[in-house]
Ligand binder design. Structure first.
Ligand SMILES: [Zn+2]
Ligand SMILES: [Zn+2]
Length: 474
């Protein structure tokens, strides 16, 4: 489901082709990848000028060879286009995780003395297959109990986009070749593990409404990096292989909605109190980019970690950023601002509202977050300001009079800078960022409101909890 763009230079031709690699497996896992010249077209200026330069330097026999290469490429690119619909993405090939995994940090072992690698890998395997199933069926009911809000919202927003196109992504012949722990670390009150999942599958995007965007990929191989988080001191239960409340044993429902909460004791299962919770899925290319991310040892973060009521954690801040940004995209495409309002302070909300209203409606064919990285954390005027670099990939379409027109001619990666703010010292009464009042902890009965129905607190304000204060598209 993710995507990456690369430039490859073919020196013999002096032609620069942009190679787009994308991935659409479920979850983001939706699946598939790789590329064709200039996102499937070769009419870009890169090709034109490249040909001209190539022609100038060629002569006689060399020029004939050059012509053959160019014609060969055109035939190759043309055949590729026939395989796919809208995005011109191609099947992916992965050789599995490269290099050795990072050694597990001694403080991870010290904090997780009963950690059982085999049992953990069995949970990853169960999670992987269950997520593919949930993705295909656009139903997160059975997996909600062990996925974070950010992961939930990534999927949920994608379902909204796919439903707008009457699109489904079917996956078949899923074969896990290897699961390996790549890193296991401590951060604040949490333990975090990333495992690679190397697998193959067949992957089809089908739209009843707009079959011109149908695509199918077979025999894909891919490697994804699945990150799980758990509060460090808690005893590990098993949310993956039982269907009972981890606290009281009451049977959990299979159709959890926005929040997976036990009907009997009221505990919320995906906050890391009971088991490893899936909090991020990263595609191989994105994982290997190694883009800058603030380190947990950064001195600016010390007061946040020191305040135990904060439960501060970079991984979970990035989860909030993912959640908010996906709701922002849904507000953009639906022109319904309720999705983004409660995460956004009044100043930014007014700007978003103005921008959305001024803009024609569009839908996304594919929308995925490649990377959400916390890049800075500062204090100013008694407020925390935490900024994230967000890379996302999408292909925008416009529906007019029953017809669909591509705004982008392939899946394009773009970046955003998002800043969250919160009053220094403010401590929220709930860990349910999206679904409960940060001031009194009451669950939202009306998610469109920005005032708590119980205590009257302003929900979309940094006085109580993290909210979006700035958002800029690069
Ligand atoms: Zn219970
Ligand atoms: Zn309240």
């Amino acid at each position: 489901m993710k995507l990456k763009a690369k430039n490859i230079i073919l020196p013999a031709l002096l032609v620069v082709f942009t190679i787009v690699e994308a991935y659409s497996r479920a979850g983001g896992a939706g699946g598939s990848h790789s590329s064709s010249g200039d996102g499937g077209g070769f009419g870009g200026s890169g090709f034109g000028s490249g040909v001209a330069i190539g022609w100038l330097i060629g002569s006689g026999f060399g020029r004939t060879i050059l012509l053959i290469i160019i014609i060969g490429y055109i035939i190759y690119a043309f055949n590729k286009r026939k395989n796919g619909g809208g995005t011109d993405l191609e099947s992916g090939m992965s050789g599995g995780p490269q290099g050795a995994p990072k050694p597990i940090s001694p403080d991870f072992f010290a904090a997780n003395q009963n950690f059982n690698q085999e049992a953990f890998i069995a949970k990853v395997s169960t999670a992987f297959l269950a997520i593919q199933d949930a993705w295909m069926n656009k139903n997160l009911g059975k997996v909600r109990k062990w996925i974070s809000d950010g992961v939930y919202q990534r999927f949920n927003a994608q379902f909204t986009m796919m439903n707008a196109l009457d699109q489904v992504n079917t996956l078949s012949n899923i074969n896990i070749k290897q699961i390996r722990i790549e890193s296991a670390e401590q951060e604040g009150d949490y333990s975090i593990i990333t495992a690679s999942v190397y697998f193959s599958d067949d992957d089809k995007f089908i739209s009843k409404k707009y079959p011109q965007f149908d695509e199918s990929f077979s025999g894909d191989t891919a490697t994804e990096y699945w990150t799980f988080i758990k509060k460090t001191s808690v005893a590990e239960k098993d949310l993956y292989h039982t269907n009972n409340c981890p606290k009281c044993g009451y049977p959990m429902k299979d159709d959890a909605g926005d929040v997976s909460k036990c009907e009997s004791c009221g505990t919320v299962t995906y906050l890391g109190d009971y088991d490893w919770v899936l909090c991020e899925i990263t595609q191989e290319d994105d994982y290997n980019r190694n883009n800058y991310r603030l380190d947990k040892t950064d001195p600016n973060l010390a007061p946040l970690y020191a305040n135990k009521d904060e439960h501060f954690c970079i991984q979970l801040m990035e989860d909030k950023a993912s959640n908010a940004i996906m709701q922002y995209f849904v507000s953009h495409t639906t022109h319904d601002l309720k999705y983004v309002h409660r995460f956004t302070n009044d100043g930014l909300f007014a700007r978003i509202e103005e921008a959305v209203k001024a803009q024609e409606k569009y839908v996304f064919n594919r929308l995925f977050l490649n990377e959400v990285s916390m890049i800075s954390c500062i204090q100013a005027d008694g407020m925390w300001l935490v900024t994230f670099n967000i890379l996302y990939s999408s292909m925008r379409l416009k529906e007019t009079e029953g017809r669909i027109v591509a705004i982008d001619n392939t899946v394009i990666e773009r970046s955003l800078a998002l800043t969250l703010t919160k009053k220094v010292g403010a401590v929220n009464k709930t860990e349910l960022w999206s679904f409960a009042c940060p001031s009194c902890g009451a669950p939202y009965t009306d998610t469109t409101t920005t005032k708590c129905g119980y205590c009257d607190a302003q929900i979309n304000s940094g006085s109580n909890d993290w909210v979006m204060v700035n958002l800029s598209e690069a």
